[in-house]
Design a protein around this ligand. Structure first.
Ligand code: ADP
Length: 174
C-alpha cells in the first residue's frame, strides 16, 4: 500500500487543488491532504477554517483523508508513513520553488519521493491568492471553488465590508 501526502496551505482550497488531489487518489492507494497550520504567509482563514473547508471538500472520496499538521513536512510524512509527497505545478515560476523544496526534502529524507503533477490547463492561472483577490474585489469566483468555500469567502468579505476596523490585504503571490 502506497500512501501519498499532499501538503499545502489551502487558504482556501480551490478547484486546482481538488484536481491534483483527485488525480493523485487514482495513482496512490491513499492520499493524505495535510493542511499546514502556520506558513510564513499572509493568511485569510484560520488553521481550523482551512482544515474544515478542506475536509468538507473531500468527504466523499474514500481514499482521501484530510488532517492538519505543523513542523517539517518530511517529518510529518515519516510519521504517517507516506512514501511520496505530491505537489502541483502550474507555471515555470512554480518550478523553481518546487524544485528547491523537493531537493531540500530529499536532503532531509532521501527515502521519500516527490511526485509533481502538472496542472490541468483550465486551472493553470488559479491560486488561492487569485481567489482571495477576486473575492475581495467583488468578482465572480463561483467557478473556481466549491460551494462551501464560496460561502465562507462571501461571509469573510461581507464581515470586512461591514466592519471598518477589519482591513484585508492580499498579494498575488502564493
Ligand atoms: P503551499 O503554501 O504549500 O504552496 P498552496 O495551498 O499554495 O500551499 O499549494 C499547495 C500545492 O498545490 C502546491 O504544490 C501548489 O503548487 C499546488 N497548486 C496550487 N494551485 C494549483 C493549480 N491551480 N494547479 C495545480 N496545482 C496547484
Amino acid at each position: 500500500m502506497v500512501r501519498a501526502l499532499f501538503p499545502g496551505t489551502f487558504d482556501p482550497i480551490h478547484l486546482g487543488h481538488v484536481d491534483i488531489a483527485t488525480r493523485a487518489s487514482k495513482i496512490f492507494d491513499e492520499v493524505v491532504v495535510a493542511v499546514y497550520d502556520r506558513p510564513l504567509k499572509n493568511l485569510l482563514f484560520s488553521p481550523e477554517e482551512r482544515l474544515s473547508l478542506t475536509q468538507e471538500t473531500f468527504s466523499k472520496i474514500l481514499n482521501i483523508k484530510v488532517v492538519g499538521y505543523s513542523g517539517l513536512t518530511v517529518a510529518f510524512a515519516r510519521k504517517i508513513d507516506a512514501k511520496v509527497i505530491v505537489r502541483g505545478l502550474r507555471v515555470i515560476s512554480d518550478f523553481e520553488h518546487e524544485f528547491r523544496m523537493a531537493l531540500a526534502n530529499k536532503h532531509l529524507a532521501p527515502e521519500i519521493e516527490v511526485a509533481s503533477l502538472i496542472t490541468n490547463e483550465q486551472y493553470a492561472f488559479l491560486s488561492s491568492s487569485t481567489v482571495r483577490e477576486i473575492a475581495s474585489l467583488g468578482g465572480d469566483y463561483s467557478r473556481l471553488v466549491t460551494e462551501p468555500v464560496r460561502k465562507a469567502l462571501a461571509r469573510v468579505f461581507s464581515d470586512i465590508e461591514n466592519n471598518e476596523n477589519l482591513v484585508h490585504q492580499t498579494y498575488l503571490r502564493d
